[in-house]
Design a protein around this ligand. Structure first.
Ligand code: GLU
Length: 309
């Protein structure tokens, strides 16, 4: 067994023994029934070695982790013009907050809060039917993970569409400022569906490899984005990837990361590894409780914090 596999297994055992698992998200009814006892940790290193622990092949709802990939797609289409409609600053607010939007004229603080991600989705949809845009996002995920079995969980998407009044409010509010170009329903529909993509930690860690290796998948040497763009997406993940828990995540883990209310986190150790963790129970900021703790232990034991050992 490799050193990395030993560490991953140790952390998996420690997390599975932990009694306090946090609360699963209930505001999307379909997520409320997920078993909080599940846990998975997968690390893919630069050589393509995979270290996996726990429920590594169980698909879960990636939710906001999808925002990293929609941002990547939108930057590919619009380049720096994307920043005319969304900012790059941490919000210090909850993921679905509406207050900042009013004082900042409908321009969301960053692409990872809900408002920002809906604006990014609107940019991707522009000029297309929602179904085409969604197909493009799903195919991008399948391509990055080299796995065509990745799918959208339509029950989760429908569940959020039925109850996503706050996201609808954010989208309508942005529309009133002209920040959303297309029909609000299109942007929201595609947003709910890309949040409902289901992936396992193994698939997610594979999909994140281009961010860990300067924009290219090291196994195929296929460039996905330029090194500069990968660096910048990582910077946004570090500063904005955990909503109002982003400072705490940087302090404890020291890696770029993006969480989702399904309990997953994608974390990047630049030049070293792509990491996916999943534990459905959340903390008060809506980030995976055991997920963050597992990453804190991993980055400490592997000395992967970008701020030094
Ligand atoms: N689809 C969820 C929402 O819009 C994503 C939130 C998250 O994963 O943090 O509320």
């Amino acid at each position: 067994m490799s050193d990395l596999q030993v560490v991953v297994q140790e952390i998996t055992d420690e997390m599975q023994a932990m009694p306090n698992r946090g609360e699963v998200a209930t505001y999307i009814p379909e997520l409320a029934g997920v078993d909080p006892n599940q846990f998975a940790l997968v690390v893919v290193d630069a050589q393509g070695n995979v270290a996996a622990g726990g429920d590594a092949d169980v698909p879960f709802s990636i939710q906001s982790i999808s925002k990293v990939f929609t941002l990547t797609l939108a930057l590919g289409k619009f380049g720096d013009r994307l920043w005319e409609r969304v900012g790059r600053e941490p919000s210090g607010s909850r993921f679905n907050s509406i207050v900042q939007l009013e004082s900042e004229h409908g321009i969301p603080r960053n692409p990872f809060i809900n408002a920002g991600a809906i604006a990014v989705t609107d940019a991707i949809v522009a000029g297309h039917q929602p179904r085409e845009a969604l197909g493009e996002i799903l195919r991008f995920m399948q391509f990055l993970a080299a796995d065509d079995s990745i799918y959208i969980d339509h029950k989760v998407a429908a569940s959020e569409a039925r109850t996503g009044f706050r996201n609808a409010a954010l989208a309508n509010y942005m529309k009133s400022y002209g920040v959303i170009d297309g029909p609000v329903d299109y942007a929201l529909g595609v947003y709910f569906h890309h949040c409902a993509i289901a992936m396992s930690c193994r698939q997610l860690a594979m999909a994140g490899r281009f961010l860990a290796h300067f924009g290219a998948n090291p196994s195929t040497i296929l460039p996905v984005v330029t090194p500069e763009r990968a660096r910048r997406i990582n910077a946004l993940m570090l500063t904005c990837g955990h909503y109002d828990g982003s400072g705490e995540f940087a302090y404890r883990v020291g890696l770029p990361g993006k969480s989702g209310v399904g309990g997953g986190i994608l974390a990047i150790a630049p030049g070293k590894a792509s990491i996916a963790v999943w534990s459905p129970g959340l903390d008060v900021s809506g980030n995976s409780k055991r997920g963050r703790l597992a990453l804190e232990r991993l980055s400490k034991r592997m000395e992967w914090s970008i701020f030094g050992a």
